[in-house]
Design a protein around this ligand. Structure first.
Ligand SMILES: Cc1cc2nc3c(=O)[nH]c(=O)nc-3n(C[C@H](O)[C@H](O)[C@H](O)COP(=O)(O)O)c2cc1C
Length: 175
């Protein structure tokens, strides 16, 4: 691959490569339509925004069915994936592909679909939204969540991988 030597205003491909160097986890955002149809897609744009109250943020391409359902229902759920769910991550990233035909899904208390076996599952109420550039940014207040231990699925430079820790003790800032 050609490595640019100079700073330049990025086109969308250079922007993708620039930000692709920021390793992320992988999640699936899910929602339900007015007709009670399940929709969802794979995202890496999941960020924790506030602890009290608990608020997280996701960023979706404009005009996705998932985004439309989030706006209409004012609710969404996120499932943070482990390495065992790499297949789900791929399945939910295929444009126009079948999403819920294969795989194992559960329901939150509020009836939203979530990925069974995911490392974390959180159900959110939409509290704010903005359109920025070619994306819609959604802020969700977490109404209920649960988590489990497991090996995290990671995404870097367009490739899936796994997170492995250097040290087995959690960093002191976790507590
Ligand atoms: C690892 C990974 C992360 C992704 N992150 C996002 C994201 O944060 N926001 C987004 O809009 N699309 C993201 N995508 C792309 C969508 O998953 C993909 O375009 C999907 O097909 C969109 O669903 P749709 O076909 O129902 O519109 C990501 C894809 C992958 C593989």
């Amino acid at each position: 691959m050609v490595v640019p030597a100079v700073f330049a205003e990025p086109d969308s491909s250079a922007m993708r490569r620039t930000m692709g160097r920021f390793l992320t986890g992988v999640a699936v955002v899910t929602a339900t339509t007015h007709e009670d149809e399940k929709v969802g897609m794979t995202i890496s744009s999941l960020t924790s925004i506030s602890l009290e109250p608990p608020i997280l943020m996701i960023s979706l391409n404009l005009d996705t069915r998932t985004g439309d359902a989030v706006i209409a229902s004012e609710a969404f759920a996120v499932s943070i994936l482990g390495v065992k769910q790499e297949g789900v991550a791929r399945q939910f990233a295929v444009r126009g592909g079948a999403r819920f035909d294969d795989g194992d899904f559960e329901k939150t208390e509020g009836g939203l679909p979530v990925v069974a076996g995911a490392l974390s599952q959180a159900e959110c109420r939409l509290v704010n939204q903005y359109t920025i550039g070619d994306h819609q940014v959604f802020f969700g207040q977490v109404i209920s969540s649960r988590y489990r231990d497991g090996e995290a699925l990671a995404f870097y430079s367009g490739k899936f991988g796994a997170f492995r820790d250097f040290h087995h003790d959690a960093a002191p800032w976790m507590f």
